[in-house]
Design a protein around this ligand. Structure first.
Ligand code: LLP
Length: 432
């Protein structure tokens, strides 16, 4: 039911995370509060490294996709664990640099990086920029020429794989705002153009085929398509591109229907394709980059709320309202995302009620989950929404001027605040 090693139930029947009692956490920090277990985050990071070591002889690097959850502490942890980093904005880059992250191991993404962001990346000596389009290629080349730098780049390529259809297929779909299309020759033309630039060094290719994916096949297919491309580039342009970045996308458990994709199976499938095909084609094995976001902090995090009212509408549904909602977790309103919710003070009991958990925002669609199983609850009970470590804090919004909740990290059973909660003063801090 819990889908993460860090979650358990103690003798009092309370949900625990990383050994810490969630009721005590709610009491100490108030609700809503995000809680993340450090041990679980590190375990998840290490599992990626280990998988690359085991199946690809360590000839690769996981880059933590910080959009999933960006803050200084997680950047410090990623750095300590030896990972690289994917950033997609000046804000994420600034956070990483403030945390002391080695800029050489940062990959700067984005489909419309601003001039300011490109200049910032160059100034800070970001290792690799993942170039999305020809305008950006030209702009970055000109900027790097001005500063006399040689900037390493990868090309963002859409390989035409739709990993979200039930049976993933090569759709040949080119309708995406991200990157250069492979099948139209656009990607190859971009590689040719990149090779002619003065101040850019093309070192590889990148794709991201989707998120919350449960199968290994689409990744293996992406790797195979990229090998075709690398071979073509080598033959026609005489360029050997040393890096292949296959993006993120590993699916995690949100409820019992999900079948999380183990890191090892993911790496193994990709490594096998690359090893076999490189040997057959006489190509050097590229340095393999993977960009896990969700699967690193996602299962390691929960959100705690306090129940306000329980509204039973006969023959319709029962609403359980909580003191947070779309502001701290907009994923249900955006995607109809699934979540498992527990009553933290009776976590071991059977979930016998069917309820709709609603937030406190002025919007009918402000729900965390509809018609979900929950233990019988009353006002004052604490609810835990599981697997909220990714794309919750990072996607939070400030509707209704509700202050952002704090993020508490559990280290060896002890809580510490890693992002402070906003105060009412913060809410109006930038007003003039
Ligand atoms: N690399 C690139 C270039 C990406 O665009 C993404 C996610 C990742 C890596 C990390 O993917 P992950 O391992 O997390 O699947 N807001 C959505 C997810 C959007 C993902 C965007 N890109 C959600 O809450 O489900």
């Amino acid at each position: 039911m819990f889908f993460a090693d860090c979650l358990n139930v103690n003798d009092a029947g309370h949900l625990t995370i990383g050994g810490a009692d969630t009721l005590a956490l709610a009491e100490a920090f108030g609700t809503p509060v995000y809680v993340v277990d450090e041990t679980q985050v590190r375990k998840n990071m290490r599992a990626y490294k280990r998988a690359l070591d085991t199946y690809y002889g360590g000839h690769g690097l996981p880059l933590y996709a910080s959009k999933a959850f960006s803050c200084k502490e997680i950047c410090r942890i990623a750095s300590e664990e030896g990972l690289g980093l994917d950033v997609v904005s000046a804000g994420e880059l600034y956070t990483a640099l403030q945390a002391g992250f080695n800029p050489e191991k940062i990959y700067f993404h984005g489909n419309n990086k601003t001039l300011f962001e490109l200049e910032y990346a160059l100034r800070e000596r970001v290792g690799q920029v993942v170039v999305d389009n020809i305008t950006e290629l030209e702009t970055l080349d000109a900027l790097a020429a001005k500063t006399g730098q040689k900037q390493k780049i990868l090309l963002r390529i859409k390989p035409g794989i739709d990993a979200h259809t039930h049976d993933f297929i090569r759709t040949g779909q080119i309708d995406s705002k991200f990157g250069f299309a492979l099948e139209t020759g656009e990607a190859f033309a971009a590689a040719r153009r990149a090779a002619q630039t003065q101040s850019l060094e093309l070192v590889g290719v990148h794709c991201h085929i989707g998120s919350q994916i449960f199968e290994t096949e689409p990744f293996a297919l992406a790797a195979a398509l990229f090998l075709d491309f690398l071979e073509e580039v080598q033959k026609q342009l005489g360029l050997v591109l040393p890096q292949m970045n296959l993006g993120g996308g590993i699916g995690i458990h949100y409820d019992e229907d999900d079948d999380a994709l183990p890191y090892a199976a993911h790496c193994k499938a990709i490594a096998e394709v690359i090893d076999t095909q490189c040997a057959q084609r006489g190509l050097p094995r590229p340095f393999l980059l993977l960009e896990p976001g969700r699967s690193i902090p996602g299962p390691a995090g929960i959100t705690l709320y306090t129940v306000g009212a329980v509204k039973e509408i006969p023959h319709v549904r029962t609403y359980v309202t909580v003191d947070g909602g779309m502001g701290d977790n907009p994923r249900y309103i955006l995607y109809g995302a699934k979540y498992t919710i527990l009553c933290a003070n009776r976590a071991g009991d059977a979930r016998t009620q069917t309820v709709t958990v609603a937030g406190r925002y002025c919007e009918s669609g402000d729900l965390i989950q509809e018609f979900t199983k929950l233990q019988p609850v009353a006002p004052g009970d604490v609810l835990a929404v599981l697997a909220t470590g990714a794309y919750n804090y990072s996607m939070g919004m400030r509707y209704n001027r509700v202050p952002a909740p704090p993020v508490v990290m559990i280290t060896d059973g002890k809580p510490r605040v890693i992002i402070k909660g906003e105060t009412l003063e913060d809410v109006a801090r930038l007003d003039v």
